[in-house]
Design a protein around this ligand. Structure first.
Ligand SMILES: [Zn+2]
Length: 456
């Protein structure tokens, strides 16, 4: 791998484009086989089913999946040894099965696996909790997962691999000592221009915008904060866009309302969110009516307790590393009203997806202020903010790092910002505003709006 990287880094850009495309075609073979196309057809049909028929189907899949896990995974065979699987007759009976968490999986991962590593598709979870997990997917499951995602995009008009997409991700496609201002590479296998998230700074931004205007993508996907950075730049500099995408599909980061509004305003199209995870959770997707629905075909979401929003997932596309009643660490608020969405899809509506565990700041009394609320505190500063990050190392202190547009930023904004935070966090929290030239990104290329290192 290191050798390949070395060759890649030393090659001219046109050759790098070929290499990116070649590995794209290779990956496509794992993702877009016969099962993918059959499943895609099935999903279109599934959308037209009644809720009752979908729930019956989901339950049937569940029973099959549990039996598969017991038959093929040493871990589940041991875990369920005193449980009569045949006594699970309703969704409520699922509670007879124990809850599993990341630590249990990790400690026993070789017994959890049902397939050898060779020939499997590998997945890694990073996650804000800092614990990583390595999982295996069967090729069939990977194809189904791709089909579910592509079907979600097709519902709102974007056809994957037929239309052009611009992707902002954390792939290392730009060699460390590249001099030219070309921060993207083309993957012909998916008609995809991949833009590096690592080089997005004020100075380079105009090259990105120029490239987007030339490429004219039908959809933009990838890291939410990177897309917001670009959109913010376009808006601040009043740049005319020469294309209108059909849709924007953010992945892997929690969306903020203000960021969503910014993207929709600048790119003049809608943002469609999705919930999935690298360990293979079932999907939640946003519909044409911009509401979130459970994808019942992909698995089961339960609340861990009646009064808690924290969820357990059972995912039907995890035959390699079965997830049954898995405590994934996320929370969701489900709506009581499940059938009235104008989009026509009969599936439960998710009111809200709460971000990953550490996506919040503490107030002195220990109360958590979540990322969405924190991002709202920056709204009072019109347009002058390039990027902001809040860092909490002590429970009674919050450091706000800001990167500002020096032409638009006024000194009194510091005071305004501090006031907003004091209002939310109380006067016992010390608020420090720090001006910086550039806020660094994570190693993954993602940008963290909140860094919380407080343990209570
Ligand atoms: Zn809907």
């Amino acid at each position: 791998m290191a050798l390949l990287e070395n060759i890649y880094d030393k090659s001219p850009i046109f050759l790098q484009n070929l290499m990116v495309s070649f590995s794209g075609y290779q990956r496509n073979m794992n993702r877009y086989g016969k099962i993918y196309f059959e499943y895609l057809n099935f999903l279109s049909d599934f959308d037209s089913w009644s809720l009752k028929r979908k729930l019956d189907f989901q339950f049937k899949e569940l029973i099959e999946f549990i039996k598969y896990a017991v038959d093929n995974s040493e871990f589940y065979r041991k875990l369920y040894k005193d449980i009569d699987i045949n006594s699970i007759r309703t969704m409520d009976d699922l509670k007879k099965l124990p809850v599993i968490d990341k630590e249990m999986l990790r400690g026993n991962i070789n017994e959890v696996f049902t397939i050898p590593r060779k020939g499997a598709v590998e997945g890694h979870t990073g996650g804000t909790t800092g614990k990583s997990l390595f999982v295996l997917f069967t090729q069939e499951d990977m194809m189904k997962r791709m089909a579910i995602l592509d079907h979600f995009k097709a519902r709102v008009g974007f056809e994957h691999r037929k239309m052009k997409r611009a992707t902002f991700n954390g792939k290392h496609i730009i060699p460390p000592n590249q001099q030219r201002k070309i921060f993207w590479r083309y993957n012909a296998a998916c008609k995809q221009m991949i833009y590096s998230s690592f080089h997005l700074n004020e100075e380079n931004m105009r090259y990105y915008v120029k490239s987007l205007n030339k490429f004219k993508p039908d959809a933009i996907d990838g890291f939410f904060m990177s897309m917001c950075d670009i959109a913010g730049y376009i808006e601040r500099h009043n740049i005319k866009l020469e294309f209108t995408p059909i849709a924007i599909f953010p992945t892997s980061e929690t969306l903020t309302q203000s960021g969503r509004e910014l993207l929709e305003r600048v790119f003049k199209c809608k943002v469609y969110d999705q919930y999935a995870s690298s360990e293979g959770a079932p999907f939640v997707t946003e519909c044409s009516n911009q509401l979130l629905h459970l994808e019942l075909v992909s698995g089961i979401f339960e609340h861990i307790e009646k009064d808690s929003n924290e969820i357990l997932v059972t995912s039907f596309t995890t035959h390699g590393t079965p997830l049954i009643r898995y405590r994934i660490g996320d929370a969701m608020v489900l709506s009581d009203d499940n059938t009235s969405c104008k989009c026509g899809i009969k599936a439960p509506i998710v009111k809200e997806i709460h971000g990953r565990k550490l996506d919040f700041l503490y107030r002195v009394d220990g109360a958590k202020i979540n990322g969405g609320n924190v991002s709202n505190l920056f709204k009072s500063i019109p347009n002058a903010l390039i990027r902001a990050q809040t860092v909490q190392e002590k429970i009674d202190e919050i450091i706000i790092k800001i990167e500002v547009d020096k032409n638009l930023y006024k000194p009194e904004y510091d005071h305004l910002l501090r006031n907003e935070f004091v209002h939310k966090f109380g006067s016992k929290t010390k608020i420090i505003v720090e001006h910086v030239d550039e806020i660094p990104r994570e190693k993954s290329g993602k940008f963290k709006m909140i860094i919380n290192n407080v343990n209570i």
